[in-house]
Design a protein around this ligand. Structure first.
Ligand code: ZN
Ligand code: ZN
Length: 230
């Protein structure tokens, strides 16, 4: 499986950057995981829309779903297969002809091409589902989406080959922010507790995108335009 980081910032991008969006590929299977600003134009660098099998929206905040209507416009102009499956924990705004909305709930599973998806409710200001994506060899990606830290994340991420996690916060100084996002130190600890092979920190805060990680931290910040194979 391959994950390409298209946009890694939130809740707003830096100059020239994009908001949460990732291309997940396994052979002929292609999933757009979140659809923040820049998602469509950047995805098109790798695949035409006609090769996209599904969109997974972790939640409907603009930095994760703000460009979904651009995907719809392109589909309506014949650029891809319709109806396009769009997974989301809120589907009211997705009920358009070009889309086949699928409501995601805790524990729900789905198959897209060669990939198995399992959704998990996480803790954020809006209904939000993280997703574990597994290929036929058993290799797994777990994406936390936006969430506060809670112990249940460890089982969701257990033994994943790649943990892609919300590390929006540099420290624990803002209690309100901690109810919606994790710190880099929390993400590093999660990767370790869950025995993940590789930990990628993402949701880089537009105003302070990189901050020092704890000494010896086993993880790196995801970089736009980089493909991670696992
Ligand atoms: Zn976000
Ligand atoms: Zn959010």
């Amino acid at each position: 499986m391959k994950l390409t980081a298209l946009g890694v910032y939130g809740p707003f991008p830096v100059a020239g950057g994009g908001c949460s969006s990732y291309l997940v590929e396994d052979g002929d299977t292609h999933i757009l995981l979140d659809c923040g600003s820049g998602a469509l134009s950047r995805m098109l660098r790798y695949i035409p829309l006609s090769k996209l099998d599904a969109v997974v929206l972790s939640h409907m905040h603009a930095d994760h779903a703000g460009e979904i209507d651009l995907v719809r416009y392109a589909l309506e102009f014949g650029q891809g297969n319709t109806p396009m499956p769009v997974f989301s924990p809120e589907t009211a705004s997705l009920k358009r002809e070009a889309f086949a909305p699928v409501l995601t709930e805790d524990g729900m599973t789905a198959t897209v091409g060669s990939l198995q998806l399992r959704f998990f409710a996480v803790r954020h200001a809006a209904p939000t589902t993280g997703v574990r994506i597994t290929d036929q060899r058993g290799h797994a990606l777990f994406y936390t989406s936006d969430t506060a830290y809670f112990e249940g994340l460890i089982d969701m991420a257990r033994n994943a080959d790649l943990l892609l996690a919300d590390a929006c916060l540099a420290d624990e100084s803002n209690p309100k922010a901690l109810r919606n996002h994790m710190t880099g130190a929390q993400v590093i600890a999660l990767g370790k507790a869950a025995n993940c092979k590789r930990t990628l920190l993402t949701h880089r805060f537009g105003a302070n995108p990189v901050y020092p990680l704890p000494d010896g931290a086993d993880g790196v910040f995801a970089e736009e335009g980089v493909t991670y194979e696992f």
